[in-house]
Design a protein around this ligand. Structure first.
Ligand code: ATP
Ligand code: MG
Length: 387
């Protein structure tokens, strides 16, 4: 019997709970795109809710439907126009060459080339010139040229379109003060080429501030994207997420225990996987009761703190931690910043700076005017535990 639970980063669960509607919505939107209506998707949610896992399923669906898929995990460095331009040009050209080589091999029955050098790319109809070789070039023009230029290659190879799956996309931002308009350039170029009939589809996954960033970059993003919020699983689905993988491997949790775990984890996918995994691991039994859990609970929480929360908390400096702890104390739900400011007694200027850094580090995000929340589920409980 092997342990069927999968706590981790982007690790495929043995049972994908509660995502049927998401998958259907994605499939439908691909279909609408095929029928000529430009589509894009935003998948947003807190840490560990299953965005990366969902994105992989989207990839599989898209490929099965005859689309090409380009995946990339973004990071803050790519908010630099130059870095993004280079990376984008290479990604599109690499996929276009892969697709066209595959198509040619299928046609002729033999491999024509092993690796494509940039010089030989044009021979295959591929548009590619590194962005850095084009000084002062406006980024959106460059992106558009790459997208439009390579579209016929995808089309000729029989692809219905190209899905760009960008994970951690909340880290891509415009920095107007540094004249970096990376996010708006990307949105603009995608919208333009879609209007011209080139079937690209952007699937952007990230923390909830992704939504705010998109809106800040282009006012039309609300019309450009479908928005899928990924969160904790409803009771019935959370139950399946625990019971199903266990059952398939010959394990069982007592009913009352399942309810208890769902209550404690609030149905968050990562925590469900974590609890499931360590309950099986540590008990050494194949039927686990509430009494077993009771005995194991302190150890389990300690491990959860060490493996999940502590690293995140340590991202914050000593004074930023004061803010986090004050946020945790200030009642449930979203926190009004004014309350936290009052509680910490940090002067206004430093407070704003520190808070900005916490948001940059991806620990907090803006929920509404002057109201903030943690990006990590159950972080508040952790902060209370250690305080
Ligand atoms: N629908 C689901 N049912 C059961 N378990 C799931 C589901 N989705 C994700 N998981 C599990 O939850 C954990 C987190 O998944 P994933 O890494 O995709 O989250 P994420 O939202 O991308 O997190 P982050 O914001 O940190 O990147 C993994 O252990 C995964 O196996
Ligand atoms: Mg992820």
């Amino acid at each position: 019997m092997t342990n069927p639970f999968t706590p981790g980063n982007g690790v495929e669960p043995k049972f994908l709970a509660g995502r049927e509607e998401y998958l259907q919505e994605f499939s439908k939107s691909l279909e609408a795109s095929e029928n000529g209506l430009p589509q894009n998707m935003v998948v947003y949610g807190l840490r560990g809710t299953g965005k990366t896992v969902l994105a992989r399923h989207y990839r599989l669906i898209a490929e099965a439907e005859g689309w090409a898929v380009i995946e990339r995990e973004l990071n803050g460095r790519l908010s630099d126009e130059g870095a993004f331009g280079d990376c984008f040009g290479k990604d599109i050209a690499a996929k276009a060459s892969e697709i066209s080589v595959k198509a040619r091999v299928a046609e002729t029955g033999k491999a024509l080339i092993r690796t494509l050098k940039p010089e030989s790319l044009t021979a295959y109809g591929i548009t590619y010139k590194p962005y850095y070789e084009e000084p002062k070039r406006i980024l959106s023009d460059y992106l558009e040229e790459i997208l439009m230029g390579n579209w016929p290659v995808f089309q000729k190879a029989g692809k219905k379109g190209v899905v760009l799956v960008y994970d951690e996309m909340h880290s891509l931002r415009d920095a107007k003060e540094d004249k970096q308009y990376t996010l708006s350039s990307l949105l603009e170029s995608i919208a333009h080429v879609q209007r011209k009939g080139a079937r690209y589809y952007l699937c952007a996954c990230g923390l909830p501030n992704l939504k705010t960033n998109l809106k800040g970059a282009k006012t039309y993003t609300e019309r450009m994207f479908h928005f899928q919020q990924v969160g904790n699983l409803q009771e019935g689905e959370a139950r399946k997420a625990l019971v199903e993988p266990a059952r398939r491997e010959g394990f069982a949790f007592e009913d009352a225990l399942v309810s208890q775990i769902i209550g404690e984890t609030d149905g968050y996918p990562y925590f469900l996987q974590f609890y499931g995994y360590y309950l099986l691991e540590d008990s050494g039994k194949n039927r686990i009761s509430s009494a077993d859990f009771k005995a194991m609970r302190p150890g389990l929480l300690e491990r959860l703190d060490k493996s999940f929360f502590e690293d995140r908390f340590e991202l914050a400096s000593a004074s930023e931690r004061k803010i986090l702890l004050a946020m945790a104390k200030s009642g449930s739900g979203d926190v009004p910043l004014s309350d936290v400011k009052k509680a910490t007694e940090i002067d206004d200027n430093s407070f704003q700076q520190m808070f900005g850094r916490l948001a940059e580090k991806g620990l907090v995000y803006r929920v509404g005017r002057g109201r903030y929340s943690f990006t990590i589920p159950l972080f508040k409980d952790y902060l209370k535990r250690i305080n």
